[in-house]
Design a protein around this ligand. Structure first.
Ligand code: MG
Length: 203
């Protein structure tokens, strides 16, 4: 499986990192070795002092498809959850300044913790999902999918022009404002529509 991530999909987060609001999705990929399954702890890597959390709504692809029309997009996903797009921010800033790829900053081992997933059938409107990340019990990120610049319907259509989507692939849909550094000992808890579905520690 692969993880396809969208950067700068919330205007407030694009602004906090001093990036322009995009007119086309910013896409990058993480390998399967980035996945951290529910119940697994995150081991803080030593190659960057600024490892940042980015809490994101994640969709799971349930059948193979390419060149998908937006009106059929949601038939290619069956469940929704949360993920953390861990980012080595110093490496990313250096890469951005040099115009180089973000791969080392985004795709390292364990850089994609994921929650348990629930059926999208439980959600009548995918553009009306609230989510929240708490770090050590304090609310750090609050998001609402209606604030996404690009909807999941559009993203699946866009991404599938370039990549064959396969069952089990995950789409990370971008983070709202409030990103920040994690430290050893931190406790991260993610809530989707008020239900805690993500819970792990930084070691
Ligand atoms: Mg992100």
């Amino acid at each position: 499986m692969k993880i396809i991530c969208v950067g700068r999909n919330y205007a407030d987060h694009a602004k906090e990192l001093h990036n322009p609001v995009p007119t086309e999705p910013v896409i990058f990929i993480k390998p399967d070795t980035a996945v951290l399954k529910p119940g697994e702890d995150f081991y803080l890597p030593d190659f960057d002092p600024e490892i940042h959390f980015e809490c994101e709504v994640v969709y799971r692809i349930c059948r193979e498809g390419k060149n998908i029309q937006p009106s059929f997009s949601t038939t290619y996903i069956d469940s929704v959850g949360l993920g953390i797009d861990f980012t080595a921010r110093t490496l990313q800033e250096n890469a951005k300044q040099k115009g180089l790829p973000w791969t080392l900053a985004k795709a390292f081992n364990g850089s994609a913790p994921i929650s348990t997933f629930s059926p999208i059938a439980n959600y009548s409107n995918l553009q009306d999902i609230h989510f929240e990340l708490k770090v050590n019990g304090i609310s750090r990120q609050i998001g609402h999918t209606q604030d996404q610049i690009f909807s999941i319907e559009f993203l699946i259509s866009f991404i599938s022009k370039y990549f064959l989507l396969k069952t089990g692939d995950l789409i990370f849909t971008g983070t709202p404002a409030g990103v920040g550094k994690v430290n050893i000992g931190d406790h991260l808890e993610g809530y989707l529509s008020g239900e805690k579905i993500l819970d792990f520690h930084v070691r």
